[in-house]
Write a protein that binds this ligand. Structure first.
Ligand code: G3P
Length: 223
């Protein structure tokens, strides 16, 4: 499973990128607005880090506007995936952009039928929002499982990108469900690395190592 950061903050990407665990970045208008910077400048900075997949969302709501913005965003860098919302206009724009070779991430997906439509119009990614469904009293991960099953039935090439991931258990569940990608905030990705028993184990190993080395250090100058 590919791991993406759900952020528009270049510092967070810089912090993770050298570890080699990061496959991509997803942004959305809320995350971009939080940075308070020029959108294009931000995208160029993120792409320049070498991230191979960077999702950038259109804000137009009509087909022509989405096409204009989508083409423009895609022209900024070869790593850009254009995010279109799951609306009738978003589906039409995805169909056209995909036919032009622009990769689209169909976002704000909350049902299996919506995901089926995303695959039909040739989206590169479909983004079911797991956490927001959970917040709504529905089982978000059940939707991911449904979509993976449907796509397998018809061998749709659209990749399932589990979005709105809120905690590490979501990541494990997305992997078990067969999601192609999970995108998560920096705080969640950080938590994947750590386990208290790892910290405790390392502390003990280092203490034991130090204890064993002490006599050797004392003996060394006398030789
Ligand atoms: O980028 C889309 C999605 O991951 C947003 O997550 O936490 O705002 O529901 P959240």
């Amino acid at each position: 499973m590919q791991l993406f950061l759900d952020t528009a903050n270049p510092e967070e990407i810089r912090a993770v990128w050298p570890t080699g665990i990061l496959d991509g970045v997803t942004t959305n208008p809320t995350l971009v607005a939080k940075e308070g910077r020029d959108f294009e400048e931000l995208l160029r900075e993120i792409c320049a880090l070498g991230v191979p997949s960077v999702s950038a969302e259109v804000v137009a709501t009509d087909v022509d506007g989405m096409l204009r913005e989508g083409r423009h965003l895609a022209s900024l860098h070869p790593s850009i995936y254009v995010k279109c919302p799951m609306t009738t206009a978003g589906l039409a724009a995805t169909k056209r952009l995909s036919a032009e070779g622009i990769r689209v991430n169909l976002t704000l997906v909350f049902s299996a039928n919506q995901a089926l439509l995303a695959a039909k119009v040739g989206a590169a990614y479909v983004s079911p929002f797991v956490g927001r469904l959970d917040d709504h009293g529905q089982d978000g991960m059940a939707l991911v499982r449904e979509i993976v099953g449907i796509y397998r039935n018809y061998r749709f090439p659209t990749q399932v990108l589990a979005a709105s991931i809120r905690h590490p258990v979501h990541v494990v569940e997305a992997a078990k469900a067969g999601a192609d990608i999970a995108t998560m905030p920096y705080a969640v990705l950080e938590k994947l690395v750590h386990h208290p028993l790892t910290d405790l184990g390392l502390e003990r190993f280092l203490k034991d190592w130090e204890k064993a080395r002490k006599p050797m250090r004392v003996a060394a100058p006398g030789r």
